[in-house]
Ligand binder design. Structure first.
Ligand SMILES: NC(=O)C1=CN([C@@H]2O[C@H](COP(=O)(O)OP(=O)(O)OC[C@H]3O[C@@H](n4cnc5c(N)ncnc54)[C@H](O)[C@@H]3O)[C@@H](O)[C@H]2O)[C@@H](O)CC1
Ligand SMILES: [K+]
Length: 471
């Protein structure tokens, strides 16, 4: 029975290599039970509910590997249920992997035919995409690319098996072209590429079928999909006998001339997220009060660290002038959790000495780059970062011994111990000036209230997306 991934708490994410390992272990332990038969059965069940009631054929695109095998099993079962089925596959049956070869033979024995191309100008009730799954190895070209483009142009629902063909299941990158699915039925476990970069645009609605394998039998992986908050992301209940000192004094450094708003947004967000008190160290001396949020305090930036905030954030609207550089140097020495955002990251990228100082910190450091800032920090291009967002976040985390949130579609949160999470909250409405400043403030507030740094970053990212979607 398919499960909606959003209903699961922090489900693990499986790379293609993990899937291959699961397959090998299963085959060794259960030589007579085929997971492909189960995948095909789950496909036929879901397809039966998705096909339009036009009575037109189901178009099944099958590829040269086991993804194609899943599709052939589904073809056989759908035909048995009375669906008209058109199967297109140009693989050489002599070169199919064993399970897929068996599925091919069973389909042929049941009287099924296999076409070498999509019949022209026909209408379909559903497309099932079984061209490529986790075995995609290179960019798609040639006939398969033509089929994918043709399928994308068809006016009927599209169901992708395991992952939309052309989408790299490890990182969400489109390799050449990819099928734009309305639904993706993924098998065994969730794949990271479904949640980040182009994945969400191509996968449509996600369904998971574990193929009857107990979660405890699957390998432990470092990645999770952050589909909702867990108890570790919750702040402890506040005692009645409380005072503001218990909930953190957040200091935020930034707001150079022309960019004061960034600092104000961060400060307001920190208060909304429950910080006991917030002091803004605004570089533009003309700003000494926020009339819309008069609870915010203001300090001379050079004096903020001496006021011993319990958490410091630096970057929103900071600019990159020498004064900003000096303030960052002071902030890096602060004996408290430190959030580095925006221009603080750009300054780090441009100064090896500062970068080394950041990496040597003993108190928690948290970085919240967008892909452009991550690219500058890693000496790469934004496209290079986007091509493998998980790796990029992990590299930054290792380099700076920091918890890192690489923002963007499917924000990646990477931790220094190698764990990572992909947040499923939020959406394109977050792509707006001021959005990152708000995240910085929310994060600082959670840190100030005593939440562990890694959990605070996950919670802030998730809440930031979730609350923004409510606006
Ligand atoms: N435990 C598992 O791993 C299970 C896997 N199953 C299915 O098996 C799939 C993985 O099967 P495979 O490892 O055979 O891989 P795929 O079926 O994803 O594709 C591999 C085949 O495609 C070819 N290929 C890769 N990239 C290509 C490109 N760009 N252009 C042309 N040809 C290309 C390869 O040479 C190989 O022949 C999963 O996605 C899933 O659908 C299911 O049967 C259930 C169990
Ligand atoms: K597929």
């Amino acid at each position: 029975m398919p499960i909606a991934p959003r209903a699961l708490v922090s489900p693990p994410l499986f790379m293609a290599a993990d899937c291959r390992a699961i397959d090998r272990h299963w085959a060794a332990a259960h030589p007579t039970t085929s997971l492909m038969e189960r995948a095909g059965t789950a496909t036929a069940e879901l397809a039966g509910t998705l096909a339009s009631e036009s009575g037109e054929s189901v178009l099944i695109l099958a590829g040269p590997g086991n993804n194609g095998g899943d599709a052939l099993v589904a073809a056989r079962l759908l035909a048995t249920q009375g669906f008209r089925v058109v199967v297109v596959n140009r693989a050489d049956p002599a070169h199919l992997p064993p399970d897929a070869a068996r599925a091919w033979a069973a389909w042929r024995e049941s009287g099924g035919t296999i076409l070498a191309d999509i019949p022209p100008s026909q209408r379909y009730s559903l497309v099932i995409d079984g061209l490529f799954g986790v075995g995609l190895q290179r960019d798609i070209g040639g006939e398969e690319a033509r089929w994918i483009e043709a399928a994308n142009g068809l006016n009927c629902p599209k169901l992708a098996l395991d992952v939309p063909s052309g989408l790299d299941s490890d990182n969400g990158r489109v390799r050449g072209c990819a099928l734009r699915a309305d639904h993706t039925l993924t098998f065994l476990g969730l794949k990271p590429g479904l949640f980040t970069a182009d994945g969400p645009d191509y996968a449509g609605q996600l369904h998971l079928d574990t193929l009857g394998i107990d979660a405890a039998a699957l390998p432990v992986t470092p990645g999770i999909a952050l589909t909702q908050l867990e108890s570790r992301h919750h702040l402890p209940a506040r005692r009645q006998n409380s005072h503001k000192g218990l909930f953190g004094h957040v200091g935020i450094v930034g707001g150079a001339s022309g960019m004061v708003g960034a600092c104000l947004i961060a400060g307001r967000a920190a208060l909304q997220q429950g910080a006991g008190s917030v002091t803004l160290a605004v570089l533009d001396e003309r700003v000494v009060v926020d009339y819309l949020e008069p609870r915010l305090m203001f300090a001379v930036p050079e004096n903020l660290v001496d006021a011993q905030p319990s958490v410091l954030a630096i970057g929103p609207g900071l600019g990159q002038q020498p004064r900003a550089h000096a303030l960052l140097e002071t902030a890096l020495a602060a004996p408290c959790p430190l959030v580095l955002d925006a221009d603080a990251l750009n300054l780090l990228a441009g100064d090896v000495g500062l970068a080394k100082q950041a990496a040597r910190r003993t108190h928690p450091t948290l970085l919240t780059p967008h892909p452009g800032e991550a690219a500058r920090l890693l000496g790469a291009s934004s496209a290079g970062i986007q091509a493998n967002r998980i790796k990029a976040a992990q590299r930054l985390s290792t380099q700076y011994h920091a918890h890192v949130a690489l923002k963007g579609a499917g924000t990646i949160i990477a931790h220094p111990d190698g764990r990572y999470a992909i947040s499923t909250s939020g959406g394109p409405w977050l792509a707006q000036a001021g959005s990152g400043d708000r995240l910085t403030g929310m994060l600082a507030a959670l840190l100030g209230q005593g939440m562990d740094a890694g959990n605070a970053l996950e919670a802030a990212v998730w809440l930031h997306g979730e609350t923004a979607s409510e606006r």
